[in-house]
Design a protein around this ligand. Structure first.
Ligand SMILES: Nc1ncnc2c1ncn2[C@@H]1O[C@H](COP(=O)(O)OP(=O)(O)OP(=O)(O)O)[C@@H](O)[C@H]1O
Length: 491
């Protein structure tokens, strides 16, 4: 799928129209769904840029060296070079369509005007006048956190534009929607273990990075995991985060390694194997490895925020919580991907909270027969420990979780190169060759099936002429905002 595809998809003509003093950010297609959601964002551009020039900011000037070749930054550099004050303004952006509406504002797909190669961005537009003081503080948190991030599984804040009563955040666009919608497209609303392992590994690495910055995320759920064009994840929504101090430490960890032959034997473990001539011996030796840990273990907050089904027991109790709430939510997230539902579901919010607070352990009603399911269950049980001091991850953070047998074989430094899973509804743009450690290479059976599907498609194309194009396009899933009913409300 080429970038241009996004724009060809839509017949919207959403643009800024300006008068002498006011620019009105309107949809000229009143027939569109944008009109239904009353898209008329007006701001006084003259006021915002002339009297308070510092309100329009661009991060382009501070592009990190390793991102210099990124087409998004290249496009922004091109736009700001032509800009009279070297900054990015709303007039540089062309809105394509509304992606969705959240608690704080609306998110639009947009691209830079006059850019020779259209590069897609998402623009989160927040009307500060329409928000309460509490929500304004969430906007502040989100903008602050976004400006700190530099990680492949987290959004990049390309620019923050403050104009009149609007705050606009320009971030990466994820054309594959969110994991919640993707789960709803799978049989039984669940994913195979190998796909669960892929998404869980990426989320784990993203949480590890946030925790290393002292950020407790507090809103992990499939709805907040967006899927990038290449099938990798991007965690979104940072308005409920809280920031704590973190002291990164190097710890030594002892562990036992069994080796043959020994390099520095400590203790003979087993002697003689396979008959009298083969006397292969194995040695067990103790190794000490230095380990980096950056978990905000002293983080403490008392505010009750999050999504009911994902709240940790200490969160529900209201006596204060720390980074352990993210590891609890990670357990719920694993459970939901494997079972298609969350473990402490209830008819009312009170029922959900009562189940979470009870001393009952997590139950696994589905008898799943899949390789890796035993390890997955064990990990979930260790994460969904009601006492946070005994929960996996709460002492040393992600390092302990990465070591769990469920993730055995994952080469963490190569995680970005792993091939995203082939799952229904996920359209990936083919990029460089991927490593296949997580999902495995495609089997001959699968290749045979693909040939069969392709030949059928070509046959139907020749039979149905132009209609077939519409049919084949139906195989592509284009995200157009999640439905109201599908989203789970937050506290
Ligand atoms: N970068 C993006 N790319 C594609 N779609 C996005 C992007 N950011 C947000 N969206 C979609 O736009 C909609 C609104 O997003 P937003 O983050 O404002 O609200 P939300 O996810 O509902 O969170 P909140 O809980 O803060 O209301 C969501 O449906 C989301 O999936």
């Amino acid at each position: 799928m080429e970038d241009e595809g996004y724009y060809l998809e839509t017949d919207f003509d959403v643009s800024f129209t300006s008068t002498a003093t006011d620019r009105t950010f309107t949809s000229s297609s009143a027939r569109s769904s944008l009109a239904r959601s009353s898209l008329t964002l007006s701001f006084n551009d003259r006021l915002s840029t002339a009297t308070t020039p510092s309100t329009t900011t661009s991060a382009a000037a501070t592009t990190l060296h390793h991102r210099r070749q990124d087409p998004h930054w290249t496009a922004i550099r091109a736009a700001t070079t032509l800009s009279s004050d070297g900054r990015l303004h709303l007039r540089h952006l062309k809105l394509v369509r509304l992606l969705g509406t959240g608690n704080l504002g609306r998110v639009f797909l947009c691209h830079l005007r006059d850019c020779p190669t259209p590069t897609a961005f998402a623009l989160k537009v927040i009307d500060r006048d329409a928000l309460t003081a509490k929500k304004l503080s969430h906007v502040q948190t989100e903008a602050e956190i976004l400006s700190m991030l530099d990680h492949p599984f987290l959004p990049t804040l390309y620019a923050r534009i403050d104009a009149s009563h609007y705050t606009c955040l320009l971030i990466d666009y994820c054309p594959n929607g969110d994991l919640h919608s993707l789960l709803r497209k799978q049989p039984g609303n669940r994913l195979p273990v190998s796909s669960v392992r892929f998404f869980a590994s990426e989320v784990l690495v993203a949480l590890e990075y946030l925790h290393a910055l002292g950020i407790v995320y507090r809103d992990l759920k499939p709805e907040n995991i967006l899927i990038r064009e290449d099938g990798h994840i991007m965690l979104s929504d940072f308005d409920l985060c809280f920031k704590a101090d973190v002291v990164p430490t190097f710890r030594s960890r002892r562990f036992r390694r069994v080796s043959t032959p020994p390099s520095s034997p400590r203790r003979l473990r087993r002697s003689r194997r396979c008959g009298c001539f083969s006397t292969e011996v194995e040695y067990e030796r103790e190794e000490i490895v230095a380990e980096f840990a950056a978990e905000p273990v002293t983080a403490f907050s008392k505010s009750c925020v999050g999504t009911h089904e994902y709240l940790a027991p200490e969160h529900v109790a209201g006596n204060g919580h720390g980074s352990g709430v993210d590891w609890w939510a990670f357990g719920i997230f694993l459970y939901e991907m494997l079972h298609g539902t969350t473990p402490f579901k209830g008819v009312t919010k009170e029922q959900i909270l009562r189940k979470i607070a009870s001393s009952d352990d997590v139950a696994f009603p589905l008898e799943l027969e899949e390789e890796g399911i035993r390890e997955a269950k064990d990990l979930i049980q260790k994460l969904l420990v009601k006492d946070p001091t005994k929960r996996l991850g709460c002492a040393r953070g992600a390092q302990d979780i990465k070591r769990h047998p469920f993730f055995e074989g994952i080469k963490w430094p190569l995680i970005r190169n792993y091939k995203p899973p082939e799952i229904r509804g996920l359209v990936k743009k083919s990029t460089k060759a991927h490593a296949c450690h997580v999902t495995g290479v495609s089997s001959p059976r699968r290749r045979k099936w693909l040939w069969w599907a392709l030949s059928n498609l070509l046959r139907s194309k020749s039979l149905k002429g132009s209609n077939s194009k519409i049919q084949s396009n139906n195989n592509y899933y284009h995200y157009a905002g999640k439905s109201y009913n599908a989203s789970r409300k937050r506290v």
